[in-house]
Design a protein around this ligand. Structure first.
Ligand code: EPZ
Length: 422
């Protein structure tokens, strides 16, 4: 397994190109299952999760062609061979469950393995199941697989979500495009990746209103056609690299960054004394002298503070002036980066879903271990600020969601290198 070595203390200077959003692409790719016409995605991110989704879709008979080193993905499901998503793929990536809605909608059947838990929580699928049953699906759990059928196809329905689940909203949104009649999703997730999916489905011929609000209305149509769609900018990669100069000092411009994607995150940066400037090409962050100020953070559904930036923010607050309280409200176990940061000299107390961070003057480099995607990158960022050398192991977690992190940070002056593992 590869590891990444970071030497702290070198100020950064330059531009980082932000890639297309992993969490948009992982919903856009299964949308190909809704039509026998080709779907072309541009600005696609080059990530191992995209390779896993490609492997899953190919196992169903979907043709997936990567062009321009993976920045363009051309998908076609005109020759499907299966409607079963196997456990050995689904267990690697929960987003595999996003084939459930499209398969049910167009093929009226699906067998999808339950993803199983992961490092950050149990991550059940009850909201997905309840919603699709409201649309006429019959879903039974057998041997760890959801066996779903929709005799005569899905029917439009009012679908209230007990929680604004991103994945459940995406599954229902895709399923409803081909259902008979009108579907109204209530308490829908409002994330930019939902908006991006709706825009892509509309390009394919779907009739959708209200994406980005809590109520989305979809008028079912008989079939969907071909489309070409650019994947929206990755707001989590954006937020991650915006923090890099706060750790290391210097100035970084995140090309492709948009304020509307990171509103609540930027509000917290301002409260912490970090200035963010809009430029013609994106968002620029420079480390004003002196330490950041402590701020309290509570993760919420969009447009609240994103859970996927909680670990990165905690790492930044480790050397802020004062005490910060972070509350993780989305996942039940998303503080695994805390003990690793403590190994680097951070002063953090975790009690259930609340972490209290007492700012210290400086972190010290240490060998640390990545546990989940976002925890991994928070350790890389901490290494930029730490005295000495930090070695982050198990970086396969990192490669799931960050394109060539050592190249992007190295290009703006970070002392960072990847050590190939055994
Ligand atoms: C998406 O996961 C993202 N993944 C996650 O990003 C992100 O953290 C999450 O949304 C929240 O924003 C992708 O888009 C591929 P949820 P998803 O359904 O759809 C509970 C990353 O780092 N829940 O909104 O799985 C669930 O257990 C990843 O890129 C149920 O209880 O998130 C969790 O506690 C991590 N029953 C909460 O809701 C359900 O049926 C949020 O889950 C579904 C969810």
């Amino acid at each position: 397994m590869d590891s990444i070595v970071v030497k702290g203390g070198t100020p950064l200077k330059g531009k980082i190109q932000i890639a297309g959003a992993k969490n948009a692409a992982l919903a856009l790719m299964p949308a190909t299952l809704l039509s026998e016409e080709p779907l072309t995605l541009t600005n696609a991110p080059r990530l191992s999760d995209i390779k896993t989704m490609t492997e899953l879709l190919r196992s169903l008979g979907v043709e997936v062609t990567a062009l321009q080193d993976g920045k363009v993905q051309v998908l076609s499901s005109h020759a499907m061979t299966s409607t079963t998503a196997d456990y050995d793929i689904v267990r690697k990536m929960r987003a595999s469950n996003l084939v459930l809605g499209p398969l049910l909608a167009r093929h009226h059947q699906a067998v999808v393995s339950l993803p199983g838990g992961c490092a950050i929580g149990a991550r059940p699928m009850d909201i997905h199941v309840t919603a699709l049953e409201a649309m006429g699906a019959e879903i039974e759990l057998k041997d760890g697989y959801l066996h779903a059928t929709a005799k005569g196809g899905l029917k439009g329905a009012k679908v209230p979500l007990r929680f604004a689940s991103v994945g459940a909203t995406e599954n229902v949104l895709m399923a409803a495009t081909l259902a008979k009649g009108t579907t109204v999703i209530e308490n829908a997730a409002r994330e930019p990746e939902i908006v991006d999916l709706a825009e892509c489905l509309r390009r394919m011929g779907a009739q959708i209103d209200g994406e980005g609000t809590s109520t989305i209305t979809i008028q079912g149509v008989d079939r969907l056609g071909a489309a070409t769609h650019p994947v929206v900018t990755d707001r989590i990669e954006l937020g991650t690299y915006m923090l890099a100069p706060v750790f290391a000092g210097g100035e970084v411009e995140c090309v492709g960054g948009r304020l509307d994607l990171v509103g609540s995150f930027v509000e917290k940066l301002h409260a912490a004394g970090v200035e963010v400037t809009e430029t013609a090409d994106g968002l620029k962050v420079s480390r004003s002298n002196g330490r950041a100020r402590a701020v309290d953070v509570t993760t919420e559904v969009f447009p609240g503070f994103p859970t996927d930036l909680q670990a990165q923010m905690m790492a930044m607050l480790c050397t802020a002036e004062g005490t910060s309280v972070l509350e993780e409200k989305i996942f039940e176990n998303r503080f695994m980066h805390a003990p690793e940061l403590v190994r680097m000299g951070a002063d953090i107390e975790v009690h259930g879903g609340t972490a209290t961070v007492h700012g210290v003057d400086r972190l010290k480099g240490a060998p640390v271990m990545a546990t989940d995607l976002r925890a991994s990158v928070s350790l890389i960022l901490a290494g930029l600020a730490a005295e000495g050398e930090t070695v982050v192991s198990r970086v396969y977690h990192l490669d799931r969601g960050y394109e060539h992190v050592e190249e992007k940070l190295g290009a703006v002056g970070a002392q960072i290198e990847r050590i190939a593992g055994s």
